[in-house]
Design a protein around this ligand. Structure first.
Ligand SMILES: [Zn+2]
Length: 274
């Protein structure tokens, strides 16, 4: 599932290409992909609107329109956004096509079909998408040792599970929680409540450092992005532990271990993360 660095990459690739364009027409092939309002209303209200800019919040993408309306999108497991020429071969499982004023198309495909769109009017409250329940952004200055300790310091759950809680820090998933805890030298199954002051401080500095690093290593041109159908995450070779169970730890050389925490596979080094 794309996490914050991947979603940020998509925003950086797509945004400059759609800014200022008019949505001429929207074609929804799978109505269930539009969670709110109805897919008919979604298409009707978007036709003729102009794209102002894009934003990202946690793992959500937001397409802001000049009218003040906003499209919210969550890619979930396999959702993919592509900006293509009109005659570009259509991906399998393409569920929504936005026809744009340049003749290009913004297409949403999703094999597993868990990805969802919402359309909110200017100033309309959003109890639907979950964006308003998100915690702080990891790259904002609100992320401090005090914040983490206040929100998580009394929890009995594993620190790994707590880092996945989108209502505390938004955008971290299974991949980057493993990477963050490895860099911090913290055993992923430790109850959050057992972390000391120094460890919260370490996490507060390592979370933004790792997330920024993986956004940078993920950088891709629009041409490369289209060529690889938005599925080439360039930062994969830079991952130190995620998906590397059994391979030598990049710090000490001992074989990396795998365990399941809260139903999620976790990779760590038993020597570096005691
Ligand atoms: Zn190690």
């Amino acid at each position: 599932m794309p996490e914050l660095p991947e979603v940020e990459t998509i925003k950086r690739v797509i945004e400059p290409q759609i800014q200022g364009l008019i949505i001429d027409q929207v074609n929804v092939k799978r109505p269930e992909v539009v969670a709110y309002p109805s897919s008919d209303e979604f298409c009707g209200r978007l036709a003729g609107q102009t794209v102002s800019h894009m934003a990202r919040r946690g793992k959500f993408l937001i397409i802001q329109l000049n009218s003040g309306d906003r499209i919210i999108l969550h890619l979930r497991m396999t959702g993919c956004l592509l900006l293509t020429p009109a005659d570009y071969p259509e991906e399998k499982h393409t569920h929504i096509i936005f026809k744009l004023s340049t003749g290009k198309e913004l297409r949403f495909s999703d094999m597993r079909r868990f990805g969802r769109f919402w359309l909110l009017a200017k100033d309309e409250a959003d109890p639907y998408s979950g964006v308003e329940k998100l915690g702080i952004e990891p790259l904002r200055s609100e992320l401090t040792a005090e914040y983490l300790c206040t929100r998580l310091g009394k929890r009995k759950k594993a620190i790994k599970e707590c880092l996945l809680d989108q209502s505390v820090v938004a955008g971290i998933g299974n991949i980057y929680s493993d990477e963050i805890l490895f860099t911090a030298g913290i055993y992923p199954a430790r109850p959050a409540g057992s972390l000391n002051r120094e460890e919260w401080k370490r996490l507060a500095s390592i979370i933004p450092e790792r997330i920024s690093y993986f956004i940078e290593t993920n950088a891709i041109t629009p041409e490369e992005y289209l060529e690889t159908k938005g599925q080439d995450y360039r930062n994969t070779p830079f991952l130190q532990v995620y998906g590397q169970a059994g391979k030598p730890c990049p710090k000490c050389g001992q074989a990396l271990c795998r365990m399941v925490i809260g139903g999620r596979s976790s990779v760590y080094c038993s020597a570096c993360q005691p």
